[in-house]
Design a protein around this ligand. Structure first.
Ligand code: DGJ
Length: 755
């Protein structure tokens, strides 16, 4: 008992009124000021004790409101706050706001009391970082109360063994009248300096998670989605980096939201050298009627601290998300290599083609065949049938289950595509239930990809979805589901919700989705669910809680994927990142890259194929077969190892490189990709990272197409040499005297040698 308690602790020092959450790595300190307000004191490397009273922010400044009448020096606008209100003189971005039925938005929530609890308290109905045992975490609950309005806000802080604190808040209406919550973020933190670089990930469909880093100036950086999903445009993630931070050095605070809907985040400079960081549900188009006796929970925010640069932050996120956000049977299991029908067949699928594909796939070493879009009633284009989840009898005369069994007889598993949240106007479901779609009662709803979104705030719709998907997922036949979502929410309006609750729709949509996924994943524990939203349109930690892998992007061009996967790797582990070998020319960019290059990029994630064996030469098939076999060998390192980004594609050096190392550092997989074609340019020597300096590693190149082995092929080199000196990687593949391939790439497998 004593032993585990020492790993993480929460103390309250009565005299200083200081809460200190700490473990071996980090400290998080909060102080109660003026017996009312929560001051953020510190989040960073573990400190022994917080010393208050050695610095103060109290000055009598112009335009400052003084909530404590007798103290002109005290103003909330100059304070470091933990969960700031609006309307009391802190003119920075507030964390919450209400409106009562008279239109009054004023409130006075003051510190009331606290509880320290073992284990984790989770937000109701929302995905979160979970624990396998109470001994893995401790939680601080702080209550703020507005005694005039009879409202409480409970702030939850959970500390784990690693450099992680999670936060969410719960609002409870103890009064006799309903109030509307207009804004309620998951976290706020005010930091005492503005010396930061801000890191965000933004993009678009087929262009997800570009990396943006800029120094903070005296203004704000805002990130948000109002699309109904976390979106490909923005990512609910903010990185604050001390200046000069690299992959291995510098301090980083990474904040991520475990949520799949509209979000808002900001980094805002205060007037007096402070920085405010916020993340939570987007207040835009949000409102929640809180009736007496009810409560509302925010999504959970994850705050990772790293004293070891970006690699430290990423590996903390990776381990946490892989082991304490992902759940179920597949959590700790290697993920199958799959072949997906989409880019090879699009809607033109049928039983005969799928069975041929299954045979060809099995022959290459593929473990799972996925039948993508096009299998259900009359679905020959993207204009019809979403909602009618029964097989098309013309394409599958013997039925889906018979096909699944036949595929299994060929020695591989069978998986299937769904887009359950959607409905086509041209469908039986729409004809039966036109009131089940999200729409305004006044206007014709706007289409996107010819489809509408189902109103998941309506429990009857959720029940229908659970039922429709369950009917297809006959245990033993179907091992995998690709869960797609291909349009965003417009025309917000629900025929199910009352008029006063219409502003709840976007959040209720997400809650409905979570409830559907909770039921299905519980009912089918051995089905592997993969999330997709036109690729990475909803690649977020909320989805990961239900579906332990995601289709990273619809852009399967390997060169583009180097960038997309690079950005995604900041906080998602490779095991969750679907990466498929595609055809040449590529279907999105129309660029032709060598097959080896396409393979070598895909092998740095969760490997699969879009390219169809029937379109490949024997030589190409051999290369793929060997690569798949090699991937199975390195899979434990890639999928469960630590990530070290070595040369960034953004650095302009013409190459990118990264490495995965097993936790015990006995094995590593090194990737190197050339990003453009050039001659005679000196390529950077790549220093490895994450190895054990004292270990010796034998180097073996995988997927080799050269006739001439690399100079270090088969050699035993020390970890210290590889990390301090590094290797120079030849920039082209020499097949013979006058034949060279463009876009060179290399994968090296390093295995410890014990002499
Ligand atoms: C979008 C997905 O990202 C694709 O992989 C494919 O499944 C299509 N939808 C099918 O409509």
């Amino acid at each position: 008992m004593r032993e585990w308690r020492n790993r993480m602790q929460i103390s309250f020092e009565e005299e200083q009124q200081v809460f200190h959450l700490y473990n071996d790595k980090i400290s998080y300190v909060i102080q109660v000021e003026k017996q009312r307000y929560l001051k953020h004191c510190y989040y960073g490397k573990r400190i022994k004790r917080w010393h208050s009273g050695i610095k103060d922010y109290y000055y009598d400044r112009g335009f400052c409101a003084n909530p404590v009448e007798e103290d002109r020096k005290f103003s909330l606008d100059t304070q470091l706050r933990e969960f700031p209100e609006s309307g009391q003189g802190d003119f920075r971005s507030p964390a919450y706001e209400l409106e009562d039925r008279n239109g009054d938005r004023n409130a006075r929530f003051f510190y009331n009391n606290y509880r320290i609890l073992s284990g984790k308290i989770a937000p109701d109905g929302l995905p979160h970082v979970y624990t396998d045992a109470d001994t893995e975490a401790m939680t601080l609950e702080i209550t703020l109360q507005d005694k005039v309005r009879n409202q409480r806000i409970l702030l939850y802080y959970t500390i784990y063994e690693d450099a992680v604190v999670t936060r969410f808040a719960k609002w409870i209406n103890d009064g006799t009248e309903s109030i509307e919550i207009c804004r309620f973020l998951s976290m706020n933190m005010d930091l005492p300096t503005q010396e930061y670089d801000v890191l965000t990930l933004a993009g678009a469909h087929t262009e997800e998670k570009n990396v943006y880093r800029r120094p903070l100036c005296a203004d704000s950086v805002t990130i948000e989605s109002s699309r109904g999903t976390s979106s490909p445009q923005a990512t609910p993630f903010i990185g604050l980096l001390s200046p000069g931070t690299t992959e291995e050095q510098g301090e980083v605070l990474g904040v991520n939201l475990i949520y799949s809907g509209n979000f808002y985040g900001c980094v805002q400079c205060g007037q007096y050298g402070t920085t405010r960081v916020q993340l939570g549900i987007n207040p835009y188009q949000f409102g929640w009627q809180l009736s007496p006796g009810t409560s509302f929970c925010t999504p959970e925010a994850v705050l990772v601290y790293s004293a070891n640069g970006l690699a430290g932050m990423s590996n903390t996120f990776h381990k946490l998300y892989r082991t304490r956000v992902c759940r179920g049977w597949y959590r700790d299991r290697e993920r199958p290599v799959l072949l997906n029908s989409w880019e090879g067949m699009y809607f033109e699928i049928n039983e005969k083609k799928m069975l041929t594909l299954a045979e060809e796939a099995a022959e290459l070493g593929i473990e799972l065949l996925v039948m993508d879009d096009g299998w259900f009633k009359r679905r020959n284009t993207d204009t019809t049938s979403l909602g009618d989840w029964t097989e098309d009898k013309e394409k599958f005369p013997d039925g889906l289950q018979s096909l699944a069994k036949k595929v299994k007889q060929k020695g591989i598993d069978f998986g299937i595509w769904f887009e359950p949240e959607m409905i086509s106007k041209e469908s039986d479901l729409y004809r039966e239930h036109p009131d089940w779609v999200i729409r305004s009662p006044l206007y014709e709803p706007i289409l996107s990809r010819h489809q509408l979104v189902l109103d998941l705030s309506n429990p009857a719709v959720c029940e229908y979805l659970i039922d429709a998907v369950s009917k297809v997922l006959v245990p033993g036949n179907i091992s995998y589901v690709k869960w797609d979502m291909n349009r965003h929410l417009t025309d917000l309006g629900s025929a199910y919700l009352d008029r006063k609750n219409q502003n709840e729709l976007s959040h209720r949509y997400v809650l409905g989705l979570y409830q559907v996924m909770e039921t299905l994943t519980e009912r089918f524990p051995q089905v592997l669910f993969e999330s997709c939203s036109s690729g990475g349109g909803r690649f977020d930690a909320g989805m990961l809680y239900y579906m332990p892998q995601t289709w990273t992007s619809d852009n399967t061009d390997a060169l583009q994927r180097v960038y997309i996967q690079w950005g995604t790797s900041y906080f998602f582990p490779a095991i969750a990142m679907g990466a498929h070998i595609s055809a040449a020319p590529n279907h999105q960019t129309h660029r032709s890259l060598p097959l080896k290059y396409r393979i070598d990029v895909a092998m740095s994630g969760r490997l699969g194929m879009e390219i169809q064996p029937r379109n490949m030469t024997d030589e190409e098939k051999n290369l793929c077969r060997e690569a798949i076999a090699a991937y199975k060998e390195i899979r434990p390192v890639v999928q469960f190892g630590e990530l070290y980004r070595l040369v960034s594609p953004y650095d302009g050096q013409g190459v990118a490189s990264l490495l995965y190392a097993s936790e015990d550092k006995s094995k590593a997989v090194f990737y190197w990709w050339k990003l453009e074609q050039f001659v005679n340019r000196q390529l950077p020597r790549v220093r490895m990272a994450g190895l054990d300096a004292g270990k010796q590693y034998r180097i073996r190149e995988l997927n080799r197409i050269d006739n001439i082995p690399l100079a270090f092929e088969g050699k035993v080199l020390s970890g210290s040499f590889l990390m301090s000196h590094g290797l120079e990687i030849p920039g082209e593949h020499r097949m013979d005297a006058d034949k060279m391939s463009d876009y060179a790439s290399r994968i090296l497998y390093l295995e410890e040698v014990n002499h």
